[in-house]
Write a protein of this length. Structure first.
Length: 462
């Protein structure tokens, strides 16, 4: 006794206050985080608080008038607390139905064992059962069962003590088991012998237990926070990498467009500019000699007309290569058929067009589109002028590595010595080789002509 207050009462009162604060704190945490671990821990803490609070106020309960209620609550509250303790421990340890089958089985049947005991206990108390020794043995059974189950769970925890979380859980379970065993031994064998009774040791078990369990919960929350921070940093890093890749892609697009713009400007300068300069010069000459030399003036005007047509044709090809919509006449097939109508129909050459739609879709590079169109036009123009053919084939196909342009006719063919020099073949070969392709022409007198261009797929894509 300290100033009229027993040590058991003082210890119980202090532990009750501590358990209440911890219960409120973890309940608020559960409301904020909605974690099952926090839910089970809070459910364990509140019955523990109620039992501690009951032990604080039990001295003021009249033992004669409320003996049934008092004794019943003195059993029911700690047993409910122990059930919740076992459930929390089982979840915290992540018991596996297969690997930890015996522990899992004990955990499942524990609520029914305790409930059965409480029913029997209440029945005996209500019937004023007088065999005190047998009743004392009955009270020992669930406590021995809980000590056995606690020991089994402690062994499993100690096997998993690789992380701080399990080490905290193990320390809490060990302290609860130790102080619970001391309380049990004092209550059974040494009641009233020591300054502190069995209840004080049980309260020490509760107190150390909630300290270690709260530390385990705190560690778990901090770990979750660190993992979320790590995930957030990973997301931020990936987002930055994606943005950098997008910027690189945009830079590449801008660079490609600048190169295309420079190429277009160069084409306009080389092809259109020179022709326009020629038109300007011939126009000046024609205006000066018109009166004295009408025949020469007419020739110059015809030359100007041809040059103007060439400029229009070049501009048309350039605009088509830069921007092709889905209209049929704007497709490569449409352009080739227009050339056929322009060059071949007037000389009665029947042309068949076999255009692979996939090949046309893959043909997106501006330079490649323009060069392939010009090769085909040159070949069809030559065919109309020199072949004397009646049938022709224009075929565009796609293999795994190459885009193939094949143009054949059944005309009179070329002499062997003309193949390497005449009919614009050098221009077609040059355009094909500029795209990294292979150019071939096969022609025999009286057997027609076959012109073939094999261009790498990498050259026709952007």
């Amino acid at each position: 006794m300290l100033n009229g207050i027993s040590i058991d009462f003082s210890v119980t009162l202090l532990v009750t206050g501590a358990v209440l604060m911890v219960s409120i704190y973890h309940t608020v945490l559960y409301i904020q985080r909605r974690s099952r671990l926090l839910a089970l821990y809070s459910i364990y803490l509140w019955p523990t608080f109620l039992y501690c609070f009951f032990r604080v106020i039990s001295p003021v309960i009249d033992p004669k008038e409320n003996s049934f209620v008092r004794i019943n609550l003195d059993e029911i509250l700690p047993m409910v607390s122990f059930i919740m303790y076992i459930r929390f421990m089982a979840f915290a340890m992540s018991l596996d139905r297969i690997k930890d089958k015996y522990s899992f089985l004990f955990v499942r049947i524990t609520p029914y064992v305790i409930l059965g005991y409480l029913v029997i206990n209440s029945t005996l108390l209500h019937s004023n059962y007088e065999n005190i020794e047998l009743y004392g043995l009955l009270r020992m059974v669930p406590r021995l069962y809980l000590l056995l189950l606690g020991s089994l769970l402690l062994i499993i925890v100690l096997q998993r003590r690789k992380t701080p979380f399990f080490r905290y859980i193990g320390a809490g379970a060990a302290s609860m088991l130790l102080f619970g065993l001391i309380s049990f031994l004092i209550n059974v064998f040494f009641p009233g012998t020591f300054m502190m009774g069995a209840i004080s040791w049980l309260m020490f078990g509760y107190f150390t237990d909630i300290i270690f369990f709260s530390a385990a919960i705190g560690y778990q929350i901090r770990k979750e926070y660190e993992e979320k921070e790590k995930s957030l940093q990973w997301i931020i890093q990936k987002d930055a990498e994606i943005k950098e890749k997008e910027l690189d892609k945009m830079r590449a697009i801008i660079e490609t467009r600048e190169k295309e713009r420079d190429r277009i400007a160069q084409d306009l300068h080389d092809e259109v500019g020179a022709t326009l300069s020629s038109i300007h010069i011939f126009s000046s000459v024609a205006s000066k000699i018109m009166a004295r030399d009408p025949q020469r003036t007419l020739e110059i005007l015809q030359h100007i007309n041809q040059s103007t047509f060439k400029v229009m044709e070049t501009m048309s090809d350039l605009v088509w290569a830069i921007h092709t919509n889905n209209a049929r006449e704007a497709s490569l097939e449409g352009k080739l058929k227009n050339y056929g109508y322009e060059f071949l129909t007037p000389v009665n050459i029947n042309c068949v067009y076999q255009i692979d739609k996939e090949a046309e879709k893959r043909l997106v590079n501006i330079e490649a589109k323009k060069d392939i169109l010009r090769i085909a036009r040159e070949a069809m123009n030559n065919m109309a002028k020199y072949s004397e053919a009646t049938n022709a084939l224009v075929k565009l196909s796609l293999s795994e590595e190459f885009l193939q342009l094949l143009i054949t006719d059944n005309g009179k063919g070329f002499y062997h010595q003309e193949i390497s020099s005449g009919h614009g073949l050098s221009n077609m070969k040059k355009r094909t080789e500029t795209l990294g392709g292979l150019f071939s022409v096969k022609s025999t007198e009286g057997c027609g002509t076959a012109i073939q261009c094999n261009i790498p797929i990498t050259s026709i894509s952007e």
